[in-house]
Write a protein that binds this ligand. Structure first.
Ligand code: NOJ
Length: 508
């Protein structure tokens, strides 16, 4: 039962490959590990996987520093492993989305090695080089993410600075240079020709910088501030990328990491249905677990994206932020209620590996911290089996396990039909089974304080969703048969009018 392209109704599961499953016992997950777990993902019911970068990389930013866009890092396997993964995923009915990192490469990429070798190297202009300011300092006041020092690094060999919005090991590509555009288009073609179904596009709203590279107010400008970028030029680049993707058969999808904290601005990056197919919308991810705040976020999303007929996406966790269970007070009840909401909002759903297990962030002792951006906790390895080492047989995994790893392992939760893992499976199935939950309109309904209520309707099909954000029981005037309850009570029976603490339900 699909209306339009596959990705509209999809549940996409993000795999952070270092932490998903390790096939060769080196303590780091790999592509073969993913392939071996496809049965499990098919059982869960996801439509697609998005795999965070597995390309050749010195791993200064764990793969978001790419030194060869068209090869697999040996840590993760080979191109043959990738091909085997794609064909087996497709055989399971699972699409494959790869992570494209267009804003910057690694400083070890052959392009940058050439670019930094001399001022007159043909690739000099592939990156953003500038003379020092009159006092010898950086050309402007921009700050790089993670280390929070200057976004410029001085290169002794040629006496100029290069720009990096992230680590010094991640020099920004110059998307004003037509050769860079062509070379990056080629990297898209490389993976499209290998059969991928789409791309998640890293910090794509920032690929073209403002032409004057002027100081920005306050200096300490975060990634989300568009004042460092040139949005009209970015839109033009996105239109060309869209044309390229749409020239391939099979609805290849782009989902942009548009890290802009205004849904109205996010909407711009869909263009006139000629830029991104989908974009992440981060303001809801940063909303606390509060019914009013969520109501407001849903309203904003419906209005702002609705204005340009852009299709929404919903995400609660990823590899850059504390897991939502942890953010919401480490409560399983809230994590379950949040899952009901996540899978019933209007739009494409993005899950992050391990949220279906109700994982919390790992507590990472100082001596095991590896990420300069402080994101290790949400990147902890997935516990597959109840007993240590939880399916990671071989070297100690690269990060410690999350809390209660045995109790929250796939093995333990599979055996318990009341577990959060089974709840996710029911919710995904419920979404797949209902046209209303897929493409139906969303209308917010009146509800008591602390409760979020909405309706999804398409023709004869209708669902009502009620989410109790409080730790108290709540009565609400709503009718219907309980399709799914986050705590598994009363399913198949008429709704009693009472929500238990932290309970969320889908009524039909
Ligand atoms: C956003 C990615 O999600 C993050 O993990 C990465 O560090 C930065 N972009 C830089 O590529």
């Amino acid at each position: 039962m699909t209306n339009g392209p596959w990705w509209k109704n999809a549940v996409v599961y993000q795999i952070y490959p270092r932490s998903f499953a390790d096939s060769n016992g080196d303590g780091v997950g790999d592509l073969e590990g993913i392939r071996q777990r496809l049965d499990h993902l098919a059982w869960l019911g996801v439509d697609a996987i998005w795999i965070s970068p597995f390309f050749k990389s010195p791993m200064a930013d764990f793969g978001y520093d790419v030194s060869d866009y068209c090869d697999v890092d040996p840590l993760f396997g080979t191109l043959d492993d990738f091909d085997a993964l794609v064909s087996e995923a497709h055989a399971h009915g699972i699409k494959v989305i790869v992570d494209w990192v267009p804003n910057h490469s690694s400083d070890q990429h052959a392009w940058f090695v050439e670019s930094r070798s001399s001022r007159d190297n043909p690739k000099r202009d592939w990156y953003i080089w500038r003379d020092p300011a009159p006092d010898g300092g950086p050309p402007n006041n921009w700050i790089g993410a993670f280390l929070e020092g200057s976004a410029w690094t001085f290169d002794e060999t040629t006496g100029q600075y290069y720009l990096h919005l992230f680590l010094p090991e991640q020099p920004d590509l110059n998307w004003r240079n037509p050769d860079v555009i062509e070379a990056m288009h080629d990297t898209l073609r490389f993976w499209l020709d290998r059969g991928v179904d789409g791309f998640r596009m890293d910090v794509v709203m920032g690929i073209v910088k403002r032409a004057d590279l002027a100081d920005v107010e306050g200096g300490l400008v975060q990634m989300a501030d568009e004042s460092r970028y040139d949005p009209p030029a970015v839109h033009e680049r996105l239109r060309a990328i869209r044309t390229l993707l749409d020239s391939y058969p099979g609805d290849r999808v782009s989902v942009g990491e548009v890290f802009v904290l205004s849904t109205a601005r996010v909407a711009e990056y869909y263009g006139n249905n000629d830029e991104l197919h989908l974009s992440f919308n981060f303001p809801p991810l940063f909303a606390p677990w509060d019914a009013d705040k969520w109501r407001h976020r849903i309203e904003r999303t419906e209005t702002e994206l609705g204005r340009v007929s852009a299709w929404p996406t919903w995400v609660l966790s990823n590899h850059d932020n504390a897991r939502h269970r942890t953010r919401y007070g480490s409560s399983e009840g809230r994590a379950r209620a949040a899952a009901v909401m996540l899978l019933t909002l209007r739009g494409t759903t993005f899950l992050y590996e391990g949220e279906e297990l109700g994982l919390d962030d790992a507590i990472v002792p100082a001596e095991r911290v590896v990420d300069p951006g402080g994101r290790d906790g949400c990147r902890a390895p997935i516990p597959w089996t109840a007993d240590a080492p939880h399916g990671w047989n071989g070297a100690e995994p690269w990060l410690p396990f999350p809390p209660a790893a045995g109790d929250r392992s796939v093995e333990t939760l599979l055996a318990d039909e009341a577990s959060i893992l089974h709840l996710y499976r029911h919710l995904i199935a419920a979404k797949h089974a209902s046209a209303a939950l897929q493409t139906g309109d969303l209308t917010l309904l009146a509800a008591p304080d602390g409760v979020l209520a909405y309706e999804r309707v398409l023709d004869e099909d209708a669902r009502t969703v009620l989410v109790n954000f409080t730790g108290e029981p709540q009565s609400i005037d709503a009718q219907g048969i309980v399709d799914v309850s986050s705590i598994g009570t009363g399913e198949g029976e008429p709704f009693s009018g009472l929500l238990a603490p932290d309970e969320a339900v889908i009524l039909s």
